[in-house]
Design a protein around this ligand. Structure first.
Ligand SMILES: Nc1ncnc2c1ncn2[C@@H]1O[C@H](COP(=O)(O)OP(=O)(O)O)[C@@H](O)[C@H]1O
Ligand SMILES: [Mg+2]
Length: 387
């Protein structure tokens, strides 16, 4: 191949490449000179931004930014950053020719001559407004589902607590009546002590309910599991029938996990309520938390995790039902007993937290649900510092 053949080939490739870029419509692909003026324009850029090539070539790229971004110097900052680092990416609002805005994902790359000299910049922009809106809607739906679940759990908890409140009130009223008619100072003291105890227990119960019901924003944080499990257990003492024993075991030391604490508490309540429903009037529910390093044996999860298992000796799950239990609205419980939302919340939470949920069940023998949560990354450093 002689040099003229080679340059023909090069020209052909270049023009093919240009044709390709020209016809792409899903991405705006265009070039800027070193000062940020537009030097080329493709079909995608025309479609997304609304300008014809002849009206935009020669114009400065800052016109694609919002007034506020321009005032804050964003176009110049991006340009300088691309020139110094070779590349810069950005996500934000951009403005079309007609003034409407779209949410853009952009990349700005330097372009070099064959000799290595920087001769311009290539800009690729994608309109991801739809994707962003879908993500926002999904978040809103998750928040709504979480709220609905919380109301359901609150209903279940208060049902149990109402009974206990009645018991406490019976103590308070009975003791007060006896104290009113007693002349024995010592006895009156004892009765007042009962009234105070009962009042304080009632106030503790309302505190637990209130802290659970308070609308917290969903956020990932460093969570101490023994504390969270203990406060969940305290909430549950009133909501489980007397014939059900809840055993809690936490291996020590247990590293902190990285999750949304309010959601994790909901998940534990959901799993324990399911175990309660399966067990019936009497039985055993065991909650156990342990630290484990995974190497892909579980949902391809790799790294440091805490595994929380909730085991019950209830009726178990039939094999034909098992594949469906995580579906939203799937329930085998009667009308007004189940919503079918519990396990879908558990599943969503596990995925969102970069963990997993496993189920193992034998009909007639029981079920074990194991939740797998990532260890808080800084906890190793911290425990090393403490130790
Ligand atoms: N521990 C368990 N033992 C037996 N069946 C269970 C258990 N946990 C969940 N299930 C089954 O999974 C279904 C879906 O659970 P869930 O999403 O919490 O909805 P709900 O509890 O409102 O029915 C339940 O209806 C039940 O059939
Ligand atoms: Mg449930």
């Amino acid at each position: 191949m002689d040099s003229s053949d080679r340059s023909d080939l090069h020209a052909l490739r270049t023009s093919r490449y240009e044709q390709l870029v020209q016809t792409v419509v899903d991405y705006a692909i265009y070039m800027l000179d070193l000062d940020g003026y537009v030097v080329s324009w493709n079909a995608g850029a025309q479609r997304i931004k609304g300008y014809q090539a002849e009206e935009i070539i020669g114009q400065h790229f800052s016109r694609f930014f919002t007034v506020q971004d321009c005032a804050e110097g964003k176009p110049a900052w991006l340009l300088n950053r691309a020139l110094s680092a070779g590349q810069v990416q950005d996500e934000g609002w951009r403005v079309r020719k007609d003034g409407s805005e779209f949410w853009a994902l952009t990349a700005l790359d330097v372009v070099r001559s064959p000799e290595g000299e920087v001769i311009g910049l290539a800009k690729i922009t994608r309109d991801i407004t739809d994707r962003r809106e879908a993500a926002i809607q999904l978040d809103a739906m998750r928040a709504q589902l979480f709220q609905a679940q919380k109301l359901e759990a609150l209903g279940q908890l208060t049902g149990g607590m109402a009974h206990d409140f009645n018991n406490l009130l019976t103590i308070i009223i009975g003791s007060a009546k006896l104290a009113m008619h007693s002349k024995d100072a010592e006895r009156v003291d004892r009765l007042l002590g009962h009234i105070l105890d009962a009042g304080e227990r009632g106030s503790q119960m309302t505190q637990q309910l209130l802290s659970f019901a308070r609308r917290k924003t969903l956020e990932m944080a460093q969570v101490n599991l023994p504390e969270l499990i203990e406060s969940t257990r305290a909430l549950l003492t009133q909501a489980l029938p007397k014939g059900i024993i809840l055993e809690v075991g936490v291996d020590a030391p247990l590293p902190d996990v990285e999750v949304d604490a309010a959601q994790l508490q909901m998940v534990l309540l959901n799993l324990i309520f399911n175990a309660r429903d399966a067990v019936g009037a009497s039985g055993l529910i065991r909650l156990h938390a342990r630290h484990q390093v995974l190497a892909g044996e579980w949902d391809e999860l790799v790294g440091d995790f805490v595994l929380i298992s909730i085991h019950d000796d209830g009726h178990g799950i039939a094999p034909e039902v098992l594949p469906r239990i995580f579906e939203p609205f799937f329930t085998t419980k009667g009308f007004n007993k189940g919503t079918g939302l519990g396990l879908s919340q558990v599943y969503g939470f596990a995925k969102q937290s970069n963990g997993g949920i496993h189920v193992q069940s034998t009909p007639g023998e029981g079920t074990c649900m194991t939740l797998c949560l990532p260890v808080w990354q800084a906890s190793n450093v911290e425990s090393a510092e403490k130790g």
